[in-house]
Every structure is written in C-alpha cells, then in structure tokens.
Design a protein. Structure first.
Length: 205
C-alpha cells in the first residue's frame, strides 16, 4: 500500500488564545491575527498537492479550514472526532482562575495528565483514542494521497503521540502553535512523524 501524507494544521489564533483561556469545545472565532495566520498557512500549503481536507466542526477550526479551502479549491469534510479536548467546567477560564476555583482538580490534572478529566470533560487518553482512530482511517482511505487536517493543539499532539507510540504524558512537552504545520506520513499501523510545529510561514505575523 502506498503511503499517505497527512498535513496537520492548528487553527488560527482566537480571542481566547490571546487571553490564555481554556477553550475546549467552546471558545471564540478567529482574531484578526488568526485570520492572517490561516492565509499564510494556505499559501504554504498551496504547492503540497493536497487532495482532501478534513476539519474539526468547532467554530475556530471551521473558519480556519474555510480560509485554506478557498485557496486550495477543495471542499471540507467536518468531523466531531477532531474536536479539541472537552474541558467541561474549565471552559473559558484562565489557568489562574482554575487554580482558584478547582485547586484539587488542578493538582490531579498535573499528577495524572493522561487520565484526569475536568468536571464535565474528558481526559487526554479519551482524545488520544479518537484521534488515533481518525488518523488511521484517513491513511487507510487516502493511500498515496496528501490530506490536510485542520484541528486543535490537543488533537494534533494526540496524533503525534500515536505515531511515535509515545505515552500521553508526553503531550504537555510539545508546542503546537496557532497556524503551524505538522506532518505525519505512512500506512495504517506504521506512521512516522515527518515535521513538527513548523511555523516558518508565520514569520512577521
């Protein structure tokens, strides 16, 4: 089977990103800077031979994907499996607010980074399970093709962990910047990380 090449792009910056708030499956649309990041990413992607686009169905990812899709002249398929980790009652809070309102839960989050779930939310292991299943299906369905996935930092980190067979507690040790490009390639069950958090196209923004 021919290898698939999966290009992962994190959505552009949002107003809540600027305020350093937990977004989870809520949050705001793109900021002006976020739209600029997506336009720059679209230009960087234009020569990569992309044949299909998938995206999270959350507002910030949809908006980002549409900017890129217009440049690439391709439709977008939206998927709930690509949503960011649900952080439940932490949605919209800054980390300082989480410390004040949920001190015991935050301590558990730091002590058990894989299995902890915020009240009403999901764990990183939950995200890893759905993200791994999704990318395995994509490489099976698109053998020999280049595919773009527009998603969130947590989902992209989960897919990288899956490709590297890395434990989920490696997730916090990765940076995935808004508008950055990460590339995973391979066949089902045999994925490799080819590029991580490439933000060269975002210089000057």
């Amino acid at each position: 089977m021919a290898q698939a090449r999966v290009i992962l792009v994190r959505h552009g910056q949002t107003l809540w990103n600027e305020e350093d708030r937990w977004q989870g499956q809520k949050g705001t649309g793109l900021s002006a800077k976020g739209r600029q990041q997506c336009l720059a990413a679209a230009e960087a992607l234009a020569g990569m031979g992309i044949e299909a686009i998938y995206a999270s169905d959350l507002e910030r990812a949809q908006e980002s994907a549409q900017i890129m899709a217009e440049r690439l002249n391709l439709p977008v398929k939206y998927a709930e499996a690509l949503r960011e980790r649900d952080v439940g009652e932490w949605n919209g809070l800054t980390d300082e607010e989480v410390k004040q309102r949920f001190p015991q839960e935050r301590a558990a989050h730091l002590a058990h980074p894989g299995t902890f779930a915020a009240p009403g939310g999901e764990s990183r292991e939950d995200v890893l399970a759905r993200a791994a299943q999704f990318i395995e299906q994509v490489v099976a369905d698109h053998a020999g093709q280049v595919v773009l996935i527009v998603a969130h930092a947590g989902v992209i980190k989960a897919m990288v962990c899956h490709a590297l067979h890395a434990p989920v507690h490696a997730w916090p040790r990765m940076d995935i910047d808004n508008g950055s490009i990460t590339i995973i390639k391979g066949q089902p069950g045999r994925l490799r990380l080819a590029r991580l958090n490439d933000a060269n196209h975002l210089r000057g923004i």
